[in-house]
Design a binder for this molecule. Structure first.
Ligand code: FE2
Ligand code: FE2
Length: 202
């Protein structure tokens, strides 16, 4: 399902630094997303975004939360309004006068689908983590040990099996790594290091 957004400006620069609190963001997530599996996906992507901002970029706390919030809400409208994905959440965050960087990252998390090019680091990493995180989680569900002992090699094998998690776009994963200028193996290893720790938001 694709919905071209048909614009390239999101939010207003007057709202830079304006974010939801963690409690507010979780409340929005829980109100809009009823499906626990999708909620978990969103909190996994959020956790990866925060970890990247902390560990790789050494960003200050308030910046890390912006990365995390983009991850946490990127699929907020997918559960109940899939035909409006991701227009509805973008417009909602604009009406709440949220920081434009967060809104732009959400708007560009699927360039083929939404017609918005990832430009900033935040945009590119959200795009890069999204599909790969989903594939790795699907892999954990088919392993009796879950995430424990999961290896790069196994993930790469699953990536090559086109029938495994067939809805995960291998093209998007490749394209995202290229745009972010990150080796696929490095990104998989980073996700493996972190993803088992993320849980459903309260
Ligand atoms: Fe999405
Ligand atoms: Fe997603």
């Amino acid at each position: 399902m694709s919905l071209q957004l048909g614009r390239n400006q999101f939010g207003s620069i007057d709202n830079i630094g304006k974010v939801l609190s963690r409690v507010e963001a979780n409340a929005l997530l829980n109100e809009w997303v009823l499906n626990n599996r999708l909620k978990l996906h969103m909190s996994q992507v959020a956790g990866l975004m925060a970890a990247w901002a902390h560990e790789k970029l050494n960003l200050p706390e308030d910046q890390c939360w912006k990365w995390e919030m983009a991850g946490l809400l990127h699929d907020a409208d997918w559960d109940q309004w899939p035909d409006q994905h991701c227009k509805k959440i973008i417009e909602h965050l604009e009406s709440l006068q949220i920081d434009p960087e967060i809104i732009r990252a959400i708007a560009s998390h699927g360039p083929v689908h939404f017609g918005v090019e990832p430009e900033t680091d935040m945009d590119k990493m959200l795009y890069a983590f999204d599909e790969l995180s989903g594939l790795i989680h699907a892999y954990s569900l088919m392993r009796p040990e879950g995430y424990a002992g999961m290896e790069l090699k196994g993930v790469k094998k699953r990536l090559k099996e086109k029938t495994f998690a067939a809805n995960v776009s291998r093209d998007d994963i490749q394209d995202a790594c290229q745009r972010a200028d990150i080796e696929l193996d490095f990104l998989i290893t980073f996700i493996l290091k972190h993803q088992a720790n993320f849980q459903l938001p309260e």
